[in-house]
Design a protein around this ligand. Structure first.
Ligand SMILES: Nc1ncnc2c1ncn2[C@@H]1O[C@H](COP(=O)(O)OP(=O)(O)O)[C@@H](O)[C@H]1O
Ligand SMILES: [Mg+2]
Length: 690
């Protein structure tokens, strides 16, 4: 088989062992994901396994898309019937078919963080709890952790929790954690449901297994219990979701749960050059709790693959990055999308983004400001949801005056009082108009007719065309004219929303479904997709938090704001080993070039603060090899201008290596104390060595 030829012996073994449990335990860039995708292709083409019986679980929506492409390339169009999904999206789909078993409606709504916060604020009011006691956000976090199996709740938080769950259920809503909790509950309590899904997903593959938490692993175990064809791949060094309850111990638990399992280890890294890998190996060694492993690559690379940029002022960082990107693109044959800029937290992106805009560099943001939380998008979503369910008063209230129809709260209250208990709203509007004709009742009637018309169109048009009709008949965009500006881009956003519908219309796994079902499943996926609709230029430089970039790789990677307090972040409960794993994930994304940047004066949260260089830079560069390299070459002088990669000696600081240059200034990493210093290139204190 041609696609097996490209694999090494161990990878191939992992591909060919299709039946029974298998765990691949291996470091970054060793081909875990490639093995997993090849395995799916192998199962379809060589083993004639029905793609509909294969379930692959990935960590982000982005990874899902990537995986689908890879599998399609290997095994052709049939691969589109494989279920490739994040665990949350999978649970949403299971619940769409089954949640009625536990008293929710199948058309339940998934609430986002912002909604959760609102509900909790409300509950605080109801229960008369002071925000000082616990901020609502803190309460939301505790509740979320609890649902994911971490910690306990009691006292007032327990009361909040009970009220919160009750409120959600009453309004037929679930939060992200409920997706897991309720799926777990249904699969546990209803053997017939479990069996249905066990028969549907006979072969299960899980990528980034180290980041599953107990409840997720439990769901996976339930699904795999009958056929036991479970293939998981992971790396303990890349476990970075403990704040969501991810438990790296699952990697060890797997071998206990499946004693007959095959354990496969991969050691060769195919992603990065050794020059880049050495630093990562070096860094992660500082963690005590880990399985010892050292990655190696066939590609040696050079010290120039690694650049440290230690700037004084925060504005210098984006400027430097822009210059480097321009250089890579114009001189080194890079495309913008080959380059990623990674940061520990989202707040850092602002500084970088502005720099890129100024420098005219196209970019795309992963995991940035959520598109779906924008007002205009919530409006069109409300329209769509109301058309599907005209009894939903929440959405009715939201859209009744979009655009203005002169119907205020009073009229609505009057209408609702008038409406009989079991009567449908539209009938009530008719009767209301007959009994109390007025301009307002006239408007209500027009609104009703509009919705009825839209419902008819909804039945017969493909979703994107329907959307155009909806925008034109409702005249919604007109309401945005005054609010639309450069910054908000409201009208563009509304137009962009159509892309989501076009994608839905094209999805193979939704073929043959009604528009209503398509929307429902599609929205679930979209809601669970953190990458939707952030600033997107698919050929742009990628900006992302480390968490959202998991599993991906880029020719060049900038890891920015490597400063104590930012990366590692010094949040109260931050665990330095987890921070280091996050750095490790970041550093191991790079194929050819890695840039580590930091500044001493950073503007953050509106203040300029003094920051120290991150210990992770020091740990990364303090590689023995560099020293040996320097040792060997001592004492041979050279008079050509000093440049990056040169070994130098300084009259006070001793031997060092030039790691960056900018005009007449060079930056040197000194061996003795691992310090970085900026020095004039032709200053007499410094000399070059061969
Ligand atoms: N046997 C191999 N020969 C050549 N390249 C490989 C091989 N295995 C993996 N790769 C490449 O190495 C890179 C990292 O692989 P990936 O599957 O993403 O690693 P992991 O999931 O373990 O981090 C990818 O570019 C992949 O195509
Ligand atoms: Mg991977």
């Amino acid at each position: 088989m041609s696609f097996l030829e490209g694999l090494n012996k161990d990878q191939r073994a992992a591909v060919e062992k299709v039946d029974g449990p298998v765990i691949v335990f291996a470091g970054a860039g060793t081909g875990k994901t490639r093995t997993l995708t090849t395995r799916i292709a192998y199962m379809i083409t060589e083993k004639d396994i029905n793609p509909k019986n294969i379930l692959a679980i990935t960590f982000t929506k982005k990874a899902t898309n990537e995986m689908r492409e890879r599998v399609m390339k290997l095994s052709g169009i049939n691969a589109k019937y494989v279920t490739i999904s994040t665990i949350h999206a999978l649970c949403a789909r299971i619940l769409r078919q089954t949640i009625s078993k536990i008293g929710y409606g199948l058309n339940f709504e998934i609430v986002d963080e912002e909604d959760v916060n609102k509900i909790i604020v409300d509950i605080y009011k109801d229960l008369d709890i002071s925000k000082k006691y616990f901020s609502p956000r803190a309460a939301a976090n505790i509740i979320s952790s609890y649902k994911n199996g971490i910690g306990e709740i009691n006292g007032i938080i327990k009361e909040v929790y009970d009220a919160y769950q009750k409120r959600l259920k009453e309004s037929n809503q679930v939060d992200f954690d409920d997706l897991l909790v309720l799926t777990n509950e249904i699969l546990t309590d209803f053997p017939d449901v479990l069996e249905y899904f066990q028969n549907k997903y006979q072969y299960i593959l899980v990528d980034e297994f180290q980041d599953t938490n107990i409840i997720q692993y439990n769901i996976i175990k339930l699904l795999a219990a009958k056929n036991r064809n479970l293939f998981v791949v992971g790396d303990d060094d890349q476990s970075i979701y403990s704040f969501r309850g991810a438990n790296v111990l699952n990697m060890y638990q797997f071998s206990k749960d499946y004693p007959e399992r095959e354990l496969i280890k991969l050691t060769q890294n195919y992603r990065s050059s050794n020059a880049i890998l050495k630093g990562s190996n070096n860094l992660i060694k500082h963690n005590k709790h880990r399985e010892e492993k050292e990655l190696f690559s066939d590609v040696e690379g050079t010290l120039q693959d690694v650049t440290i940029h230690d700037a004084y002022y925060y504005e210098d960082e984006p400027r430097y990055i822009v210059d480097e990107i321009k250089h890579l693109v114009s001189q080194k044959n890079y495309q913008y999308k080959d380059i990623a800029i990674l940061y520990r937290t989202n707040v850092i992106s602002r500084n970088i983004e502005l720099g890129l805009i100024e420098g005219g560099i196209p970019y795309q943001v992963y995991g940035g400001f959520a598109f779906l939380k924008r007002k205009e998008i919530k409006d069109v979503l409300s329209y769509l949801k109301y058309i599907v369910d005209p009894e939903n008063m929440f959405h009715f209230r939201r859209i009744i005056n979009l655009p203005a129809r002169g119907i205020g709260d009073k009229t609505i209250e009057k209408l609702l009082l008038y409406k009989k208990e079991d009567e449908i709203l539209f009938d009530a509007i008719e009767r209301f108009h007959n009994e109390f004709p007025s301009t307002k009742s006239e408007s209500l009637l027009e609104f009703k007719n509009l919705i009825v018309k839209l419902q008819e169109l909804f039945e017969k048009l493909p979703l994107p065309e329907f959307y155009d009709e909806m925008l034109s008949l409702t005249n919604y965009k007109e309401t945005l004219r005054n609010e639309d500006d450069e910054e908000s881009n409201r009208i563009q956003n509304v137009d962009e929303f159509k892309s989501i519908l076009v994608q839905l219309e094209r999805r193979a796994d939704l073929e043959g479904m009604s528009n209503k079902d398509k929307l429902q499943i599609g929205f679930d996926d979209v809601i669970l997709d953190e990458t939707v609709g952030t600033k997107q230029d698919v050929n742009g430089v990628v900006l992302s938090t480390v968490h959202s970039i998991k599993g991906l790789e880029f020719r060049a990677v900038f890891v920015v704001a490597l400063e104590e307090g930012i990366f590692p972040s010094l949040k109260e409960d931050s665990d330095i080993e987890e921070e280091r794993r996050i750095a490790y994930v970041a550093f191991t994304r790079a194929k050819e070039k890695i840039y580590l940047t930091c500044v001493s004066r950073r503007l953050i949260y509106g203040r300029v603060v003094l920051n120290q260089k991150s210990r992770f830079i020091t740990e990364y560069v303090a590689s023995l090899d560099w020293k040996e390299h320097l040792e060997e070459q001592k004492e041979i002088e050279d008079n050509t201008p000093i440049k990056v990669g040169d070994k130098v000696t300084h009259c006070n600081f001793g031997d060092g290596l030039v790691i960056s240059e900018s005009g007449s200034i060079i930056q040197v990493l000194f061996e003795k104390d691992h310090s970085f210093r900026k020095i004039l290139r032709d200053h007499p204190s410094i000399k070059k060595r061969k």
